[in-house]
Design a protein around this ligand. Structure first.
Ligand code: ADP
Length: 511
């Protein structure tokens, strides 16, 4: 039964857990990939927002130029515009693609001629690009096209069209110094985005030289990079701080796996615990049902004897006085036996209800042993037992409830009688051990095997095999003895060798 329940519990609890573990193990790689992809997408989104920001900066410059063109003093306004935006080295405006309408603005005059040449070259050579821009312009959309690597060298030209007050397009070109642009315009924004979690860096596309990074980083670790929209000769890259995406993803997967394993172990412990409890309850139920049949048996024998001898006496068939006397004796003995059984059960139920109280007083164990034996002597000799005293002289007084202690001793002597079939010897010893005095009841009976010794004090427990099985009993005696001893602040121990005999020691606290 217990095994069946154990199996059901295992199936109910462990099957789903094991399936989950196996699934988790098999999907570990897939999970890592998915996680890496999710992280990748998030980092991509950050890169996109960085590009979007720099696009916004370009747009804002273009709007400022719109206003400049509409103002009455373009030249004066241009100075303010460039001072406000140090990344802009110079810029030009032209009403058409013809160089005659070209205006060059720069904060210094020295390179103006070079800038002009550059601007003319752009106007002449990039007709296709301007055509495209003008198509967008007509559709009311302003596109900013970056150009670099021309004669302007280090500058990147942002080309776009502005609207003059009369509605005509004005060709604009802003030359920016990429290094200043990255450091002055981009850097604060990148720092803000990076926070403590990621490193953002800007590399030159051609040689992967880093020109700016939000903090120093290990370039050998995996990172994601995207070309910058406004500065195509640069890429902006991003990486997780300290850890690569793959490691982070695999760490997460392993954390999950360990969690699942932990849960499995907890489940196993829970299953084991539930199983243990169920098994204990089943055993208790079995013991209780055995108890009922044992008690019925125990009561039936003395009742049958009493009935039989009482009837014989009643019918007046017993002639000799001697025989009559022996019948009376049997009736009285069996009545005592019955009383003992009933008392045992009553005491046990009191003990179970927690109602049993012990009245402690100073007791001399030697005297108590003598008293019990004087009452029990007849019973012992009648059963063919010899007994022996080995009492320690000057034994200190102990704390005990004399009546309960007597009950414990009688239970042990009763057991010694019940479980000694061939060698019928009982020895009572008293002694001192630490803060205790003890009374030992030793028999040379059938003994108790090692593995049973710790169970015999459990309620209803009876050794289920061997010759013991044939001896009647309730399984309450030793649990009562244990309760009595602990209730008096003492304890009971057993030493026994199967086939050789047992000795039970009742330890009482010295006064
Ligand atoms: P009962 O004697 O009514 O069965 P107990 O609680 O007194 O119940 O004892 C529990 C079990 O311990 C007994 O069934 C018996 O197997 C074992 N036992 C107790 N005392 C002895 C003894 N002196 N020698 C051998 N076995 C013993």
């Amino acid at each position: 039964m217990a095994r069946k329940i154990g199996l059901v519990l295992l199936i109910i609890f462990l099957l789903p857990a094991t399936t989950l573990t196996v699934l988790e193990l098999s999907s570990l790689n897939k999970n890592e990939q998915i996680l890496a992809e999710v992280y990748g997408n998030q980092l991509d989104a950050i890169l996109f927002s960085i590009n979007q920001y720099s696009q916004d900066v370009g747009e804002s410059w273009a709007s400022q130029l719109d206003k400049l063109i509409a103002s009455s003093n373009e030249s004066a306004g241009s100075q303010g515009f460039m001072r406000k935006n140090p990344a802009i080295s110079w810029f030009f405006l032209a009403d058409s693609l013809s160089p005659t309408s070209l205006r060059i603005y720069s904060l210094t005059d020295t390179s103006k001629a070079t800038f002009k040449e550059e601007a003319i070259e752009v106007l002449c050579n990039e007709t296709a690009l301007f055509k495209r821009l003008s198509t967008y312009f007509q559709a009311d959309y302003r596109k900013i096209e970056p150009l670099h690597g021309l004669r302007a060298g280090k500058y990147t030209l942002l080309l776009f069209l502005c609207k003059s007050p009369n509605g005509h397009p004005v060709t604009c070109g802003i030359a920016i110094d990429p290094k200043i642009y990255i450091e002055e315009v981009m850097a604060p924004r990148l720092q803000e985005i990076a926070e403590e979690k990621v490193v953002i860096f800007v590399n030159q596309s051609k040689d992967q030289q880093t020109v700016y990074a939000t903090e120093s980083f290990d370039a050998s670790l995996a990172s994601q990079q995207k070309a910058m929209w406004l500065l195509p000769q640069y890429t902006v890259g991003i990486m997780l701080k300290g850890e690569s995406l793959e490691r982070l993803a695999s760490r997460r997967s392993y954390t999950n796996l360990f969690l699942i394993l932990g849960i499995n172990i907890l489940l196993l412990i829970a299953v084991f615990w539930v199983f243990k409890n169920v098994k204990r309850e089943l055993q208790l139920a079995q013991k209780k049902s055995d108890f009922v049949s044992n008690v019925s048996h125990e009561i039936r024998t003395p009742l049958a004897l009493i009935a039989m001898f009482a009837e014989t006496l009643e019918l007046g068939r017993v002639a000799s006085e001697e025989k009559k006397l022996s019948y009376y004796k049997i009736i009285s003995q069996e009545t005592q036996r019955l009383t003992r059984i009933v008392n045992k059960i009553l005491n046990f139920s009191q003990m179970q209800a927690g109602k049993r109280q012990y009245q402690l007083a100073s007791v001399d164990l030697n005297i108590l042993a003598h008293e019990v034996l004087s009452v029990y002597e007849f019973h012992l000799t009648n059963n063919g037992f010899t007994y022996q005293f080995n009492l320690t002289e000057d034994l200190p007084l102990v704390q005990a409830d004399a009546e309960a202690a007597t009950e414990a001793i009688i239970n042990l002597i009763d057991n010694a009688i019940k479980y000694s079939e061939t060698t019928k010897e009982i020895k009572l010893t008293t002694g001192i051990e630490g803060s205790y005095c003890y009374l030992e009841i030793k028999d040379k009976g059938m003994g108790i095997s090692n593995d049973q010794q710790h169970q015999i004090f459990d309620k209803f427990y009876r050794v289920a095999s061997g010759p013991v099985h044939n001896t009647k009993g309730t399984g309450l005696g030793l649990s009562l003895v244990k309760h009595i001893m602990e209730g008096q602040g003492g304890k009971v121990t057993v030493k026994s060798v199967l086939g050789k005999g047992s000795s039970f020691r009742l330890y009482f606290k010295k006064v």
